[in-house]
Write a protein that binds this ligand. Structure first.
Ligand SMILES: CC(C)(COP(=O)(O)OP(=O)(O)OC[C@H]1O[C@@H](n2cnc3c(N)ncnc32)[C@H](O)[C@@H]1OP(=O)(O)O)[C@@H](O)C(=O)NCCC(=O)NCCS
Length: 146
């Protein structure tokens, strides 16, 4: 089967023209990481659970500035895998604060890939929204100091 550009599924990424997108300029670059072969699924793409773990880590960076102590992820409100992630991609994680509540902080995370063979060109691969809760020593929610 071919995609809309009439490129066979077996074609390398270099044969598929995907225009580079602009990186966000209104959010924080909170993490960069490069997936390795050990992070692959049976298709040879990067395992979605690995991507989710990285997004959970990246998402916690902005909340940590407000929570100032222990916190836990209470919810993944939305998670969209827009494009596959490949071995050797340079992944950039951008985060934006969505809401600071009484005990929780919600952030939007966007992940952009620079393919191994086309660095400097960006492709949005994932976007997600996560909520983190400030917790005390007993693991109960605690108010965030403003
Ligand atoms: C995080 C935890 C302490 C929250 O306890 P809780 O009794 O649900 O807390 P509350 O109902 O008082 O809610 C606390 C905050 O979380 C928010 N929250 C709770 N459930 C939510 C949900 N499903 N989606 C979004 N926000 C949620 C509440 O709105 C509240 O925020 P606010 O005070 O800013 O308005 C508890 O759910 C927990 O320990 N969960 C496990 C956390 C964990 O192990 N995470 C890792 C998973 S691998």
């Amino acid at each position: 089967m071919s995609d809309a550009l009439n490129v066979p599924e077996t074609a390398p990424e270099s044969a598929v023209h995907r225009p580079s997108v602009q990186l966000p300029n209104d959010s924080d670059l909170v993490m960069k990481v490069i997936p390795m072969p050990a992070d692959c699924n049976a298709n040879g793409d990067i395992f979605g659970g690995w991507v989710m773990a990285q997004v959970d880590l990246a998402g916690s960076v902005l909340p940590a500035r407000y929570v100032k102590g222990r916190m836990a992820t209470v919810a993944v409100n939305q998670f969209i895998f827009k494009q596959p992630v490949r071995v050797g991609d340079i992944l950039s994680f951008f985060a934006t604060l969505q809401r600071i509540g009484r005990t929780s902080v919600t952030v939007q995370v966007e992940v952009y890939a620079e393919r191994y063979i086309s660095q400097g060109q960006y492709l949005k691969v994932t976007e997600a929204s996560l909520t983190y809760v400030a917790i005390d020593e007993q693991g109960r929610p605690r108010p965030i100091e403003r």
